[in-house]
Write a new protein. Structure first.
Lengths: 183, 183
């Protein structure tokens, strides 16, 4: 599958997962995709914990809202360090977001489903902090996201999207693609 | 090129670009990759302006620090709207970062080079605001990034990266991949 195909195929999956385990080799490929993401001033602020131990997964999901990826046989937890880059700017959110997107595309490529679960764990600070404690994560990291990973029993829904022409212009705001490509 | 190959191949290119134009069709494929990125609660906060008009590109680069992608024959400017999603949380930074990463991978797939120029335009607020004025962008959008696009004359450097085992663990923080895979 080429990149453009994977990007179009990626969807947020919130259904039931098959119990078929995810190969450790595949989980490694997925985190390698995360590690390979760009980061502001190359600060490499995101880190990753692969979770495929059933008991640890169960403990994490007990802390989370019900029915969000709790049937998935594996997960990757994304940790972030708010380290300043040049000029005291911190690009940690951009860094982990790029890493997560890379991993979601790798997950598509390998035939699995996933969903970017961030608000579900960070809306109430206690959830991600409790998850971090479960994983023995030091205080200078923030657990910002959990990606459930596995084969989906069903298919993810196609979301309603804004019109392309309401989000893309050419050379000047408001100059829509159709008009501009006529030139 | 499959997804994992593109992810490994992507590098930030800060060199000189060839003058060969970028096909409009390719620029469309690249923004489609951006549009297809996930967004928090499907709020679709990023928008995009393709810039391939030489005069407008020149005006944008006049506002920017010198020698950052100013020889590229095209660019995509990324706009963001800080719209709140569920629970008053705003995921706009995550949204545009995922969209940018998608576009960078599409750029690799299509054989071009690019570089995520964000701090260069947002460190001093006046630069991105002046760029937005040049593109006639309304005040409720923030211009957050410019991606130069074109064929590179040279190759991007390989950056020094932290050790993989300093960024990836298995089932518990500190449980390194090598050790864990022995089980």
């Amino acid at each position: 599958m080429n990149v453009l195909e994977a990007i179009e195929k990626r969807r947020s999956y919130r259904g039931i997962y098959e119990s078929t385990p995810v190969q450790r080799e595949d989980l490694m490929k997925i985190v390698k995709a995360g590690v390979a993401a760009p980061s502001g001033c190359n600060m490499q602020t995101p880190s990753f914990i692969i979770v495929d131990d059933a008991e640890i997964l169960r403990k994490l999901h007990e802390l989370m809202p019900p029915h969000v990826g709790d049937t998935a046989p594996a997960a990757i937890c994304v940790l972030s360090q708010r380290v300043s880059a040049k000029g005291q700017r911190c690009f940690a959110t951009q860094d982990y977001s790029a890493a997560i997107e890379n991993m979601l595309l790798a997950i598509v490529e390998l035939g699995y489903q996933s969903c970017w679960l961030e608000g579900q764990v960070t809306d109430s600070e206690e959830i991600n902090k409790a998850m971090a404690r479960t994983l023995n994560v030091p205080d200078d990291y923030e657990l910002v996201c959990l990606l459930p990973i596995g084969y989906g029993e069903g298919m993810p829904p196609v979301l309603r999207k804004k019109a392309f022409t309401d989000r893309v212009w050419v050379n000047t705001y408001g100059n829509s693609v159709g008009r501009a490509s006529d030139r």
